[in-house]
Design a protein around this ligand. Structure first.
Ligand code: TXE
Length: 501
């Protein structure tokens, strides 16, 4: 079976374990829905504990197999370069698949799948540049060096908002350092992970190095997070789920990288280039229909320009072209899940109940059919203590909040359980740097927003999680350090005394 859009539409997909398609032990399949129509478009295998066990065993076996562990790092990098080329060859189909599966507009999924080859090439280049160190040990006649080793089997639990890109943030560094992977895609978006696993096989990765077990969080995800054969969990998703996964993993003392929710402050000072700032705010919240962890959902505006900025952001929001996600002219597609649509609707009502005012949107757009569309929504007169400003809505809803001065701004910006990202628009570099130092956020953008790069470490603080994606920080996440101490002095030392000299 080849996992292309045309092959899977109307069919059932299986699990990918040990280099082959495998039926789920349960024998069950569940529907995956097209958010632009609300109709099912394929069925994914309902994997569970037994399937996860088989996948972890295959991944463990692959780790012990010379076909993977004795390959030179340069050749490992070569396999990844080949994978990058295959992704490049298939990027249009992968983009169509993502758009169909989670409703993200085609312009965005094309940008994402177009970026993936570079993502894999970057980590491919790292494969043979990861090394330990020789340390100046404080003992005579001894040599101390470190080795940086793969951690082992990595369980990657992926959400539905950017399925392929988020899987790649763990898969690329994991492969570069020689780990093996069991991926559990979201039950809402399984297709692209299966397609990527297939491309890994085509690139020449040995069987068992990359495995994909589709299924529900409470069954397949739960089993993966508590499996004793898993050496590390990489999870992206909601904070509540992150807590469950971390506590499951704690039973085996399995370390986690957790990329969780956010409620990112996006700040406009009165000295900013306002045209660029408005662009940044609009793109920062309405791209991906607000379903990104770094969405700039709390927009803080200096009180002297507050009314003007609300008008400008609202006018831009009203002008956004809402439509079918596969239409290249569409700027805002549907939400990925019906439950997300319902969540957004609930939050709009909370905002109104607590006294915020709708400056734009707030309802369903007049689009025919049963797609899960919602208008780009701008709340004015919002306060940081309102529910709409405290909880992650994960939809196209921005709270416009005014601030008096820098001290007031920092107090409000940091008054959140989250700490994922922040943005600031100002022409004053000192002010930008003061903000960057003071704000609780893993990434701070100045006069730009959502500028992601594979070199730039990304990950949150507080309830936004811990651990980093991208750059060398990702290599640290997926390797372990071993220290080797050698006595080459030829001296007879007292066997019962720790050697302090
Ligand atoms: O995601 P979940 P949900 C936020 C966003 C959203 C909320 C809930 O606010 O409204 O989370 O979304 C798997 N053990 N983000 O419920 O549950 C699940 O199968 C193991 C932020 O859809 O976090 C899927 O593969 N795994 C975000 C993955 O976890 C479990 C992206 C994510 O699902 C599990 C998505 C369990 N008990 C949502 N329960 C971001 N940071 O980008 C679920 N899963």
């Amino acid at each position: 079976m080849k996992t292309t859009v045309s092959r899977i539409a109307g069919h059932a997909t299986d699990l990918f374990v040990d280099g082959a398609w495998r039926k789920p032990a349960s024998g069950r399949y569940f529907a995956s829905y097209d958010p632009s129509t609300g109709a099912p478009w394929y069925e994914a295998a309902d994997g569970g504990e037994e399937d996860v066990d088989a996948a972890v065993n295959a991944a463990t076996q692959a780790l012990q197999d010379a076909a993977w562990n004795a390959i030179t790092p340069t050749r490992r990098g070569g396999l990844m370069h080949r994978l990058a080329a295959l992704i490049d060859d298939n990027k249009e189909d992968l983009a169509q698949m993502e758009t169909r599966d989670n409703g993200k507009i085609i312009g965005e999924t094309r940008a994402q799948t177009g970026y993936l080859p570079d993502y894999f090439n970057y980590f491919a280049g790292m494969a043979d540049k990861i090394h330990g160190e020789v340390l100046p040990i404080n003992k005579t006649g001894m040599l101390n060096f470190t080795m940086r080793e793969p951690v082992g089997v990595v369980g990657v639990i992926v959400p539905w908002n950017s399925p392929l890109s988020i899987l790649a943030t763990a898969l690329a560094p994991c492969l570069a350092v020689g780990n093996t992977v069991v991926a559990k895609p979201s039950e809402h978006t399984s297709a692209s992970a299966l397609a990527l696993a297939e491309l890994c096989m085509e690139a020449g990765f040995p069987a068992g190095v990359v495995n994909v077990v589709s299924g529900y969080g409470e069954s397949a995800g739960h089993a993966l997070s508590r499996h004793p054969g898993v050496a590390k969990i990489a999870f992206t998703g909601g904070t509540d789920t992150g807590r469950k996964i971390a506590s499951n993993a704690a039973a085996n003392l399995t370390p986690c990288t957790l990329e969780l929710g956010g409620k990112s402050p996006h700040v406009i000072f009165d000295d900013a280039d306002l045209e660029r700032a408005v662009n940044g705010v609009v793109a920062g919240i309405f791209a991906a229909a607000g379903q990104t962890c770094v969405a700039g959902s709390r927009c803080f505006v200096h009180e002297s320009i507050y009314d003007r900025m609300v008008d400008r952001v609202a006018a831009r929001a009203r002008a956004i072209r809402i439509g079918r996600p596969e239409d290249p002219n569409t700027q805002l597609g549907p939400l990925a899940l019906q439950s997300q649509l319902e969540k957004v609707q609930r939050y709009v009502q909370y905002g109104l109940d607590q006294g915020a005012t709708l400056a734009a949107g707030g309802g369903r757009p007049p689009i025919k059919g049963n797609g899960w569309y919602f208008q780009p929504t701008v709340f004015s007169a919002a306060r940081n203590d309102m529910k709409i400003a405290r909880d992650e809505i994960f939809g196209p809803v921005v709270c416009m909040i005014s601030f008096r001065d820098e001290a007031d701004l920092i107090a409000q910006a940091n008054d959140s359980v989250y700490g994922l990202a922040a943005g600031v628009w100002t022409r004053d570099i000192d002010r930008a740097l003061r903000f960057a130092r003071a704000v609780d956020a893993g990434t701070v953008w100045v006069n730009t927003y959502r500028s992601a790069s594979f070199v730039s470490p990304a990950g949150g603080f507080k309830w936004s999680g811990y651990g980093k994606h991208n750059g060398f920080e990702a290599v640290r996440e997926y390797t372990r350090v071993k220290s080797v101490v050698i006595d080459h002095s030829g001296l007879g030392r007292d066997a019962f005394v720790i050697q302090l000299k």
